[in-house]
Design a protein around this ligand. Sequence first.
Ligand SMILES: NC(=O)C1=CN([C@@H]2O[C@H](COP(=O)(O)OP(=O)(O)OC[C@H]3O[C@@H](n4cnc5c(N)ncnc54)[C@H](O)[C@@H]3O)[C@@H](O)[C@H]2O)C=CC1
Ligand SMILES: O=C(O)C(=O)Cc1ccc(O)cc1
Length: 279
Amino acid sequence: VQAQMPTVRLTGHDASPEVRERARAIGFCDDVTDTAGAAVVDADLVIFCVPVGAMAAAAAEIADDLPADAIVSDVGSSKESVLTALRGALPDATIIPAHPVAGTENSGPDAGFATLFQGRWCIVTPPEGADPTATERVAEFWRRLGADVETMDPRHHDRVLAVTSHLPHLIAYTIVGTASDMEEVTQSEVIKFSAGGFRDFTRIAASDPTMWRDVFLNNKDAVLEMLQRFSEDLTALQRAIRWGDGDTLFDLFTRTRAIRRSIIEQGQDDAAPDFGRAH
Ligand SMILES: NC(=O)C1=CN([C@@H]2O[C@H](COP(=O)(O)OP(=O)(O)OC[C@H]3O[C@@H](n4cnc5c(N)ncnc54)[C@H](O)[C@@H]3O)[C@@H](O)[C@H]2O)C=CC1
Ligand SMILES: O=C(O)C(=O)Cc1ccc(O)cc1
């Protein structure tokens, strides 16, 4: 924010004293306050950047200090439950949730960098009947950070992200867990020979446990639906392998290779696989 919007005064608060101390040390914000309430006094825009399961508690903490004309937003990875949580804690506030689809497996104040949102999507999910001016102000905030903004209904957002981001993380957590639980393959063999596909999965599976626990608990219905479809497709592949049906395998792998190539053509690729990218 400081790099792209130098006139904006940025005040931060975090529940953890260690995080506040680190944020102060690296100049993460102009000010870091010791209480949540002090951070929102005189604010035009309040953005909650906590795990989605902590949104309700974080919002309740600022309820008494939130200026009446402030816009409330967030960056949570799921949107329907976050909207409900924010509305419950701040019933009179103007709430415009958003999700910058950009990040890494790292967290904490040191994981941020000025170009993080450049050329990435930010999905703004205004509730039905939301004030269009407030929606536009949130959209403009993200555009100034370099993001491309798309507006989406919160429910649709949760279905799209369930398949493009949440399910891939679940698969990564599973495969890394499966490999580490095997009796006949040692831990050191897994590490030593992880040059194959496994290594890419370990990056995703190193993502923050609290954040991802909350995503799965809060986007339960969409994730379970996508997981059901995924297991059916996996069963079809299992069958193709068992029956030596090479055509099925070859056809799928040809189709998926074309998807990867079209992602690269849209200029949104880097060396590391990134399941969270929207385009
Ligand atoms: N990491 C990523 O790549 C992305 C994360 N998100 C979303 O952004 C949100 C934040 O994620 P990160 O910044 O990666 O996590 P983070 O772990 O770096 O920061 C979350 C912070 O919230 C604090 N916190 C927890 N409960 C709190 C409370 N009640 N009041 C005040 N502070 C509280 C924690 O102490 C922690 O420092 C999550 O909702 C996540 O789903 C969205 C896009 C990308
Ligand atoms: O590290 C990765 O590959 C990601 O997928 C980052 C990410 C995590 C969560 C989001 O809601 C959006 C992006």
